[in-house]
Design a protein around this ligand. Structure first.
Ligand code: PMP
Length: 397
């Protein structure tokens, strides 16, 4: 048989990493900006996230340096996606994996790590990174105590940035034919924004690199003032982006601006991506897309904005894609109208923002429109409040 490469067959799953598609956003940007907005869909990687790229790169660099030896144990504090990449690579390369994560993370993410045979230790979110119970501290202790263990340390391991400089960025350059004008990326460890941003700026210094941050994270204030302000830190819901410390992989000199997006706006936009674009992406994709709309006045019709979508929606089925969870967080005002509400005349209570009269016609639609019109007439003030959205408050995870 010919070599797998000749037949376009991968010799193992790791060879399927990268070369992800780029897709144009249509409905969500219509009427908001004339710029072309393209999303790099990293969900197509085998672990369904961009982190597969840097996980393999970190392991291969550690193998080369001798830090990771055959039969060794990979330790990492991970919110799931890096763990998934490491776990997949560990299966193929024969390593054991132990991950520490926080109680804020989706259960789906943790179960997915276990599917690959990884051991997962869940630690409290609401403690300082230096606290011995934090997921950073626990993973460092495990590295010290387990023989032949290597901690990947995605935050400070610069192989993370290198993976994106060498793989993700050249793909974006090629896919846009070098015409990209803006890069918009959620920032966590900083590997993606720093690696991709540096490569693009080396080719065209006029390219703007915008990092998406969360309320509750230190990045934006640090970039704008040089002050690491602990008062900026509080628990938030958005997953994968924002931090309460400064990882070495965040190269602040590459990032032109940080834009903060609320938990609610990120969650609502995550759902819109599925419903309006057919793109089933994770929470940080929603945050990045909401950030693009917040920044829309800075774009012209000639701009080509590339947004990176880090991970897949399936990891958020219990959260942003779950109506109960969304309501409990106060992120979802749409409750829909049940038959019981109609019979009991509770239309005002049941119908909220997002439910629009149908234009398809028909008796049921007509009746629904009439009820909506009545409701809207009776409670215009309340409806206007709903349309503005609830005031932004820090949400405890
Ligand atoms: N989105 C998700 C879902 C992530 O898991 C991460 C990594 N923490 C990011 C965005 C941010 O990517 P980076 O760590 O490369 O800054």
């Amino acid at each position: 048989m010919s070599t797998p490469r000749d037949l376009n067959i991968c010799s193992n799953i790791l060879e399927t990493i990268g070369n992800t598609p780029m897709v144009r956003i249509n409905a969500i940007t219509r009427g908001a900006t004339d710029a072309t907005v393209l999303v790099k869909l990293e969900t197509f990687n085998p672990g369904n996230s961009i982190k597969d790229r840097m996980a393999v790169r970190m392991i291969e660099d550690a193998e080369k340096s001798g830090a990771l030896k055959p039969g060794g144990t990979i330790i990492e504090g991970t919110s799931g996606n890096t763990g998934m990449g490491l776990a997949i690579a560990a299966v193929v390369k024969g390593y054991r994996c132990i991950f520490t994560t926080t109680d804020k993370q989706s259960k789906e993410k943790i179960d997915a790590l276990k599917a690959f045979g990884a051991e997962v230790i869940v630690c409290p979110t609401d403690v300082d990174p230096e606290d011995p119970r934090s997921y950073y501290s626990v993973s460092s202790r495990l590295e010290r105590e387990i023989p032949n263990a290597w901690k990947a340390n995605q935050y400070d391991n610069l192989s993370n940035t290198a993976a994106h400089y060498e793989q993700t960025a050249p793909e974006i350059w090629k896919q846009t034919d070098g015409k990209v004008t803006h890069l918009v990326v959620g920032v966590g460890t900083g590997g993606t924004v720093s690696g991709v941003g540096r490569y693009l700026k080396e080719r065209n210094p006029r390219i703007k690199v915008w990092g998406i941050d969360t309320y509750g994270s230190v990045f934006k204030k640090y970039k704008e003032t040089g002050i690491f302000d602990k008062n900026e830190i509080y628990p938030y819901v958005t997953e994968g982006i924002g931090e309460d410390f400064l990882p070495k992989n965040v190269d602040f000199s590459i990032i032109d601006h940080f834009e903060k997006v609320t938990d609610k706006d990120a969650a609502v936009m995550t759902r819109r991506l599925a419903r309006e674009e057919g793109i089933f992406a994770g929470n940080s994709a929603g945050s990045a897309m909401a950030g693009v709309l917040q920044l829309r006045e800075h774009f012209t019709r000639d701009d080509i904005v590339v947004v990176i979508f880090h991970d897949h929606g399936s990891r958020y089925l219990g959260k942003m894609y779950n109506d109960e969870w969304m309501r409990a967080k106060g992120f979802l005002e749409v409750t829909g109208m049940t038959a019981r509400d109609l019979v009991a005349g509770r239309v005002g209570r049941a119908v909220c923002r997002g439910v629009q009269p149908s234009h398809r016609g028909g008796r049921a639609d007509h009746e629904r429109s009439r009820l909506l019109a009545d409701f809207n007439h009776q409670s215009g003030a309340r409806r206007r409040v709903a349309q503005r959205g609830a005031p932004v408050r820090p949400v405890r995870a």
